[in-house]
Design a protein around this ligand. Structure first.
Ligand SMILES: Cc1cc2nc3c(=O)[nH]c(=O)nc-3n(C[C@H](O)[C@H](O)[C@H](O)COP(=O)(O)OP(=O)(O)OC[C@H]3O[C@@H](n4cnc5c(N)ncnc54)[C@H](O)[C@@H]3O)c2cc1C
Ligand code: FES
Ligand code: FES
Length: 1342
């Protein structure tokens, strides 16, 4: 058949692509060939949701349009022939008006940096459209449930907001939502009626607001079969198995497909990143025999190309007597990947990946337990294999074998037997979106034993997968053992013992013992209720593959936020974030959205994999220069007048490239420059660095080594913290002492959604314009100038906004910008770089790991008398900003009155990645150390930690002693005791603490803990410039040095300018907000711009522009007075016109310099969290968190609330989920979304209440405001402490399972440290890896 052109629609516009590399993804096309930049690249592996779009497909036969969300980063362009794509800006935009989804995201303050927002909007849109289509004619508000609305974004990552406002925006569309449960928003005021609230929401009408399929594509699809011209696209679309066989027959006779690839959703490349180039793709998704679903009495047949979503629908809609097993499988499959991967990934693709590449599949485990079979074809020969046989047969992926379909048999019970099917997966995220540590599926036929009234296992199939074996397996020995047995504790004990020998993770599998214990826990959970109840008919204690708590929790996260009054209008109002709707539609421009000039080239880093080694050569695999490569740039390309310099901080500078010898793994060795970013990335992967390890010093890879070899960074005197009081005396006064306790804290990665990026453009006269995603424009300018050996005035660094920063784009953005500038200078053409997630993770450095040893003295009633701390901070190879750490740690550690405090803090220089500032750098560790010590003191005295905390929180007098009088401020500024008491009431702390005790008494396999922690956080105001200019039409531009990265800096500046200029008090001056536009930072316009960090940049920028406004108001007053001589009023427009006519200078620049005596101030907050721990899996669930934070007079409560919640959830990530580790060479192990787990919607507190305290006026602070960006992160320590408290209960119980005397010993004396992060394996280990065996042993002996 004659081939056609590739034609599809994007937001209604027709695109005809005449030829394309078949490996081109939809995202690559969208971002480089269309106007829409709404779909963002963040992970490139299907794990974040930033790139998702709506795919609409038209079926000419049924005349129906099918519509669902897909990821565009893995979807191949040729696969969308004839389809229509809609991006977030296709739903609505600045030109045609925003979609209600965009408006609600903005109004619920659900977009901070905005990088995730378009993807979030698409996820919600997809859920709305599904709900509408499934219910049709009814308005969608009546269809979407709150739970589905919340789940719709379960696969989308957001690093800024903490998800609560996003969930609210989504739930506002739900039929069953209680509108009063929705959090703070700009639509209604507190106290309005429900009807009024609904009316004020931007209206949503599915008939108008859902997209329509373009007619031009409908007509085309009616006329033509979906066939692409082979020669131009190398893409076949067979429509029958016979045709497919014919195509395969024409490949090499050796049975190898060679460079041909079968493809369905192509999601497999999210896991197995492809370096190979395929000559031809065969898209098998259009073959009817392989796309069918057939059901009959014998079971269900599912074509191999059916998407996982459709498989779930088919399994769940079954209503026959055999539906039970199908439904269970369907429920489990809802946790496979995320909704957009399930929408495009096929069941066959999953099975082939599992069979041929050992992919840790959930689906193979389920199918193995259900005794499914697969049908395959090879050269016309059909074969049917049972799942177990299929998995152990030779890999089919590189043969001509095609998987045709899957058959799942029907399972029914007889009148005398019971049929049981349960599945399990232990994963960090309950809604899916993460691979499990292990999964399991169990099928059993059971019957009653007439004589004993017990239960007999007649038959069972026990399948386990994902545990680090080659593929899913059946535990046959255990099955054989159980078959025919009457269930009892001893039988179960023997079964779990046998199982231990069956689950054998491979040598390189992580947490092997944990995985074994999970397998045991799952089997226990499956069979134990049968023994306990003697029946299979009772309600089982499982839900969605998880062991459910006995007291069920609300399924949705809910929240309340409370603030007090506001003033200085519009400052203090909860104004919607500047540009929020534009961020939601995806029109807001980030560095990588700036269109490329035609001759633009792209760079990727080659980095060292050795900590210390001489570089012999840099080349490519097999000495072949990869396609598209134009240059490889190393330190040798730095101009002679320049320096090999990659960053500057206030403490020193560091290299851009390794020169002769590498000094840490992850160090930049070269930039590969190629025609596209994809080619540059592929080439960097193919780069081969030859190392020579002879005569190389042994690298320093631990803080112990660094201390031993005196490899330390100097801490300047002004950054050295001061000890407090006399520790020897304090120790002498102590009744009790705990000595030399060691703690360790690991690192954390930023996980900003936008990775490091830059674009450098050569300009006339040897100048450069560099667009950089940096928090430090001025420093970046200096580094580029120094590297190139040119004056700074030749370097213009421009930054508009960042897709998240969190400190990671201060120092670590500079090498990226400098490398681009160097390449642009050398090649004399534009060069851009957008680091892929893996490279970003390897180079980012992240938070400082450290080793802490402390000794503490206290009285027997828990009053602290002295603390001695030794800390060795791993700063990595570069000084970066590490010398700030000691002061930051001590400042937050001082939140308690330790009596006396001394420390010895060393900043160690190691050959490990250079660590940098990450939101609350040092402070979060200091706060944690303090809490850990308090917990230990409380344990040793057998006291409640909450009581010990309250006893040792500062009085105002001790606060002054620890922080100095200047920093402590006036007595009524010390609001911590007030916050402590307020939170006690608002969180109902005391009553809940009692309920926790009760819960722990009543539950064996779940334990709870509750904990409240105080936070004291010192910040410093810094000098900063600002500029305000009034234009001839009365509109205003504000330029500030601070960078907008989601923290709402621009919005606060906009408000402050409106307030400041409003002081002129003419007609219309109270409505200036809309007329103010904040501008991007440009280092040649806004000089001395310094950096954005330390939480206070927003307020400093606000003060800078306020001072500008004061000048402008003074300049405008004479004109105003003059006009008022002849008129009763004067409007803003008239005033400005007149001032222009009189040549009044309407542009003012100031440089705000805080008084040194008042530059530092303290922030206070208290956080209380309740956590539940599942002893079987080690999973933790945050049942509720309450935070109270003193924001002073908040400049914008909506922005500050967003900062507080976002910081808190990032803190949860640090304490509970995020492992950022290095291998024995110091190379970062975690590479992306597969192994780095930031919190998602399903891991935030189920109930999340935030109060902002508007404390008193203060003349030294900017309009009495306080910082909110970093301090609330420390409140997440409460989650960790509550987890520790729950584990303590589990350990007590474990000790009580004692066969020797059976008594219930108090286990609290068994001290333990709960590591950070408290991930599932860690929690399980502390609760007892063998808890199930121990329990069964105890049960059998009692
Ligand atoms: C982010 C993410 C998270 C995931 N999480 C999970 C999870 O939690 N649990 C889980 O079980 N899975 C998970 N997966 C795996 C997912 O289920 C598979 O990627 C998907 O099912 C593959 O289907 P596909 O159509 O995209 O396959 P493709 O990527 O198109 O193909 C995969 C491979 O199989 C071959 N192939 C495909 N179909 C056939 C066929 N019929 N005959 C012969 N060869 C064939 C292809 O040539 C290719 O080599 C996840 C995937 C991603 C990207
Ligand atoms: S960029 Fe596509 S899912 Fe992350
Ligand atoms: S707003 Fe979600 S990542 Fe920034």
């Amino acid at each position: 058949m004659a081939g056609q052109d590739l034609v599809f629609g994007v937001n209604g516009e027709k695109f005809e692509v005449l030829s394309v590399d078949p490996s081109t993804t939809l995202l690559e096309f969208l971002r480089s060939n269309t106007r829409s930049k709404s779909s963002k690249l963040s992970c490139g592996e299907g794990g974040c949701g930033a790139c998702i779009v709506i795919l609409s497909k038209y079926d000419p036969v049924s005349d129906q349009v099918e519509e669902y969300s897909i990821n565009s980063c893995l979807t191949l362009l040729c696969s969308i022939n004839g389809c229509s794509i809609t991006t977030s800006d296709g739903l609505g935009n600045t030109e045609v008006g925003f979609h209600p989804i965009h408006k609600r995201f903005a109004g619920f303050h659900a977009s901070q940096c905005g990088f995730c927002t378009p993807g979030m909007c698409i996820s919600l849109y997809s859920a709305l459209s599904n709900a509408h289509n499934s219910k049709n004619s009814q308005p969608s508000r009546d269809c979407l449930t709150a739970s589905a609305a919340e789940k719709s974004i379960a696969g989308n990552l957001c690093r800024c907001t903490g998800y609560r406002p996003i969930a609210d925006a989504c739930k506002s569309f739900a039929a069953d939502v209680d509108i009063e449960d929705l959090g703070f928003n700009s639509f209604w005021r507190k106290g309005e009626s429900r009807e009024e609230m609904f009316k004020k929401l931007p209206p949503y009408n599915p008939d108008k607001d859902l997209i329509t399929f373009p007619n031009f594509l409908k007509e085309r699809m009616k006329r033509q079969r979906n066939v692409l011209d082979q020669k131009r696209y190398h893409w076949s679309i067979p429509v029958s198995v016979a045709e497919l066989q014919g195509i395969l027959a024409t490949t090499d006779s050796g049975g190898d497909r060679g460079l041909m690839k079968l493809v369905v959703g192509n999601t497999g490349t999210g896991y197995y990143k492809e370096e190979k180039r395929y000559g031809k793709y065969i898209d098998i998704s259009h073959i009817p025999e392989m796309s069918m679903i057939k059901k009959d009495d014998r079971g269900i047949e599912i074509g191999a190309v059916v998407t996982i979503s459709k498989v779930i629908d088919a399994l769940m809609e079954e209503n026959t007597s055999s539906a039970y097993v199908f439904k269970k499988i369907g429920i489990h499959m809802e946790k496979v990947a995320n909704h957009f991967i399930r929408n495009s990934g096929s069941i066959g693709g999953n099975l082939v990946m599992a069979q041929s590449k050992n992919f840790p599949s959930d689906i193979t485990t389920l199918l193995l337990a259900a005794d499914a079979s697969v049908h395959m074809i090879n050269a016309g020969r059909h074969e049917k294999l049972r799942m177990g046989e299929f998995l152990v047969s030779p890999p089919i992926i590189d043969t001509k074998t095609v998987l045709l379909k899957v058959e799942i048999p029907s399972w029914t019970a007889s009148s005398t037997t019971g049929l049981l099917f349960e599945s399990y997966r232990a994963a960090p995220r309950p809604f899916g979106s993460s691979l499990p540590y292990i999964n399991a599926a169990f099928l059993a036929v059971v019957s009653h034993d007439a004589s004993s009234r017990g239960i007999v296992v007649d038959k069972c199939r026990l399948a386990f997968g994902s545990f680090g074996g080659y593929h899913s397996i059946r535990a046959r020995e255990v099955e054989d053992f159980l078959t025919g047995k009457l269930l009892s504790y001893s039988v179960l004990y023997e079964a779990v013992r046998l199982l231990k020998g069956t689950i054998v993770p491979s040598i390189d599998a992580s947490y092997p013992e944990y995985k074994k214990s999970l397998a045991i826990g799952f089997l226990f959970d499956f069979l134990y209720p049968l023994i306990e109840s003697g029946t299979w008919e009772s309600e089982r204690k499982h839900i969605d593959g998880h062991v459910v708590p006995t007291i069920s929790l609300p399924s949705l996260s809910s929240a309340q936020q409370v603030f007090e009054s506001k003033e200085f209008q519009p400052v203090g109002e909860a104004v919607i974030k500047y540009g929020a709707e534009m961020q939601a539609s995806g029109e807001a421009v980030y560095v990588d959205d700036i269109p490329s000039l035609p001759n633009c080239v792209h760079g990727a880093f080659v980095y060292s994999t050795k900590p210390m080694a001489r570089i012999k050569s840099v080349g490519f695999r097999e000495n072949v220069t990869p396609i598209g490569v134009l240059a490889v740039i190393t330190f040798k390309d730095i101009p002679q007048v320049g320096q090999n310099i990659g960053y500057i901080s206030m403490f020193g500078s560091g290299l851009l490239f390794a020169d002769e010898v590498t000094i840490c793994a992850g160090q930049i060795i070269a930039i590969v420059v190629a025609d596209t970013q994809k080619h540059a990335d592929l080439a960097a992967n193919l780069a081969v660095v030859e190392y020579d390890l002879r005569n190389i010093e042994t690298p320093i890879l631990s803080v112990e080594d660094a201390v031993a070899r005196s490899s330390l960074f100097e801490v300047p005197a002004e950054y050295k913290p001061e000890p407090v009081g006399d520790v020897s005396k304090g120790m002498a006064e102590a009744d009790r002492k705990i000595r030399s306790v060691e703690l360790r804290l690991g690192s954390q990665y930023f996980f900003y959604m936008e990775t490091q990026t830059s674009l450098a453009l050569p300009d006339e006269d040897n100048c450069l314009v560099v667009y950089s995603s940096t928090q430090a424009t001025e420093y970046t300018q200096s580094v580029i100038a120094a590297c190139l050996g040119i004056p700074e005035h030749k370097v213009r660094v421009i930054t508009r906004r960042l897709g998240g920063g969190f400190g990671g784009k201060a120092i670590k953005s500079m090498p990226v910008a400098t490398a681009c500038a160097l390449a642009a200078k050398k090649l004399q053409r534009p060069v851009r770089m957008y680091l892929n997630r893996k490279t970003d993770m390897i180079m980012a450095g992240g938070r400082h790991p450290m080793k802490i040893t402390y000794s503490v003295g206290f009285t027997s009633d828990s009053k602290l008398t002295a603390l001695e701390v030794k800390i060795s901070i791993d700063a990595g190879i570069d000084v970066d900003v590490s010398p700030i750490l000691p002061l930051n740690i001590v400042n937050s550690l001082k939140k308690y009155d330790w009596g006396a405090l001394s420390f010895d803090i060393k900043v160690c220089k190691t050959n490990l990645p250079s660590r940098t500032s990450l939101r609350a750098p040092g402070e979060v560790q200091g706060s944690y150390i303090g809490e850990s010590i308090i917990e230990n003191v409380a344990s040793s005295l057998n006291m409640d930690a909450d009581v010990v905390r309250r006893i040792n929180v500062h009085t105002y007098e001790s606060l002054r002693k620890f922080y100095t009088e200047e920093v402590a401020g006036e007595p009524d500024e010390y609001t911590l005791p007030l916050l402590w008491d307020k939170l006690e009431i608002s969180s109902d702390f005391k009553r809940r603490a009692e309920s926790v005790k009760e819960f722990n008494r009543d539950n064996v396999w779940r334990k709870r803990g509750i904990s409240r922690v105080p936070v004291v956080y010192q910040v410093k105001n810094r000098p900063t410039p600002g500029k305000v200019s009034i234009l001839s039409d009365g509109s205003v531009v504000a330029e500030v040095a601070g960078i907008e990265m989601g923290q709402g800096l621009w919005t606060k500046v906009q408000q402050m300018v409106a307030y400041g200029l409003g002081m002129i008090k003419c007609d219309g001056s109270e409505d200036l907000l809309e007329r103010v536009r904040p501008l991007q930072t440009d280092t040649l316009s806004m000089t001395q711009s310094s950096y954005t960090a330390g939480s206070t940049t927003s307020e400093n920028c606000c003060e800078a522009v306020r001072l500008c406004c004061v000048i402008l108001v003074e300049r405008l007053k004479p004109t105003m007075n003059q006009i008022l001589e002849n008129a009763r009023t004067v409007t803003w427009d008239t005033l400005i016109q007149q001032a222009y006519a009189e040549s009044v200078d309407l542009s003012a620049r100031t440089f705000y310099k805080p008084e040194s005596s008042s530059a530092d101030y303290l922030n206070y907050g208290v956080g209380a969290s309740e956590v539940e721990v599942d002893i079987v899996t080690g999973r933790t669930e945050i049942i509720r968190s309450d935070i109270i934070y003193d924001c002073g007079r908040s400049l914008n409560p909506a922005v500050d609330l967003g900062q507080i919640e976002g910081a808190f959830v990032q803190g949860i990530g640090f304490f509970m989920y995020e492992e950022y580790t290095t291998d024995e060479n110091g190379l970062v192990i975690e590479e992306g979304t597969w192994d780095y787990k930031i919190p998602t919607i399903d891991t935030i507190p189920k109930q999340f209440n935030v109060q902002i305290l508007n404390s008193r006026h203060h003349k030294n602070r900017v309009l009495s405001s306080k910082a909110s960006g970093e301090p609330p992160l420390l409140e997440a320590t409460s989650v960790h402490c509550a987890t520790r408290s729950a584990i303590k209960e589990a350990r007590k119980q474990y000790l009580s399972w004692n066969c020797n005397n059976g008594d219930c010993r108090d286990g609290s004396e068994v001290g333990f440290e709960l590591p950070v992060p408290a991930i599932m394996p860690v929690v399980k280990q502390l609760c007892g890896l063998d808890s199930v065996e121990k329990y069964l042993e105890w049960k059998t002996c009692t």
